[in-house]
Design a binder for this molecule. Structure first.
Ligand SMILES: Cc1ncc(COP(=O)(O)O)c(C=O)c1O
Length: 343
């Protein structure tokens, strides 16, 4: 275990200095998943239910947006421009948050126009976002399109802010997960649990925030990020970069090296948002033992990683596991072809 570099009060005070707009229902529950642990013959497993953050079907991005949109409002923005995949949960929660705050929302979504919108795309439309479907080689390439759109918004007299999920303002998402880690550590302490392995789907800000909080507070947590996506960027570099940028925003004299981040790319399968047998099994196992629905793109792949680690005997059976459920469940409805009868 490492030495605490900062106290809980110092972290809370640093977080409270930053602009924030309240969007999420907090704290989210921490629930024991006894039937799942029994089915796996593994360590005690708990779910941190960040799929229940409330706004627009919930998810980790609602926490991120409290700080990202808090900062955007402080800068006087009236328009948010962002981009990700066609079934992006971030974009759906951004559309919902913008609707609630009366901001214009412009989305660049990578993917094909479906015959009829489903899942998150349907919700983007319902929330009134200005949706553009485009095709790029990989998701970070969307940012150039967002910058062009922001220039046009400026021409039209509006005050846009571009949210690039891989850099810059996205580090405020990590700040929100420093806050979430304080919440989780209190919930674990109430159960007398002082050590844990934390599994989550992340390749960017969420893991960055957990790493920062766990290390700054000297918590006995092993954070294991499972990446949902392969890009030209190494996930450990992105996670470390966002964690370090979040520390800077919080005024903390702290840095992490990418070499100290554990982020695995072994469970992506053929590619981002492409189903894997293991993810489908994980989704079905969790639904049928706990009545909790994972999503096909992120959390089911992270759970497939956890299940594989339990089965391979990689986990200490006495060390509790917290699975951070980051949400994403609306995408399930766009993946109903998983259940289409074989032709
Ligand atoms: C449901 C869900 N889980 C996990 C993630 C990964 O989060 P991040 O890489 O921002 O930490 C996302 C990102 O869109 C998501 O929608």
């Amino acid at each position: 275990m490492q030495r605490a570099l900062f106290s809980v009060a110092e972290l809370r005070q640093a977080i409270d200095q930053l602009p924030r707009t309240h969007l999420a229902v907090l704290p989210t529950p921490l629930e024991e998943a006894a039937r799942l642990s029994e089915a796996l013959g593994g360590p005690p497993i708990f779910f941190k239910r960040d799929d229940l953050t409330g706004l627009g079907f919930g998810g980790n991005k609602t926490r991120h947006l409290e700080f990202i949109l808090g900062e955007a409002l402080r800068q006087g923005a009236d328009t948010i421009v962002t981009g990700a995949s066609v079934q992006s949960n971030f974009c759906r929660q951004t559309a919902a948050a913008c609707a609630k705050l009366g901001l214009r929302c412009v989305l660049y979504l990578n993917g094909e126009e479906p015959d009829a919108p489903q899942g998150n795309l349907l919700l983007d439309h319902l929330a009134g976002a200005d949706v553009h479907l485009v095709q790029v080689r990989q998701l970070p390439d969307l940012i150039a399109l967002c910058e062009e759109a922001a220039a046009a918004e400026r021409q039209a007299g509006r005050k846009p802010i571009v949210v690039d999920l891989w850099h810059g303002i996205a580090s405020l998402g990590s700040v929100s997960y420093v806050d979430a880690a304080l919440e989780l550590s209190e919930q674990l302490a109430d159960l007398g649990l002082m050590r844990a392995s934390i599994y989550l789907s992340s390749a960017t800000a969420t893991q960055g925030g957990l790493e920062l909080a766990a290390r700054a507070l000297g918590l006995d947590w092993q954070v294991v990020g499972i990446s949902p996506i392969r890009t030209d960027l190494a996930p450990a570099d992105v996670v470390a970069g966002l964690a370090n940028e979040a520390a800077r925003r919080l005024g903390l004299d702290w840095r992490i090296d990418a070499a100290d981040i554990e982020n695995q790319e072994d469970y992506i399968g053929p590619g981002y948002a492409q189903p894997t047998t293991e993810a489908r099994e994980a989704l079905e196992l969790v639904a049928s033992t706990e009545g909790i629905f994972l999503d096909p793109v992120y959390t089911a792949k992270a759970m497939a990683g956890l299940i594989d680690h339990v089965r391979a005997g990689k986990l200490d059976p006495s060390r509790p596991v917290v699975f951070l459920h980051t949400g994403g469940t609306p995408a399930l409805f766009a993946f109903n072809h998983w259940y289409a009868p074989a032709q």
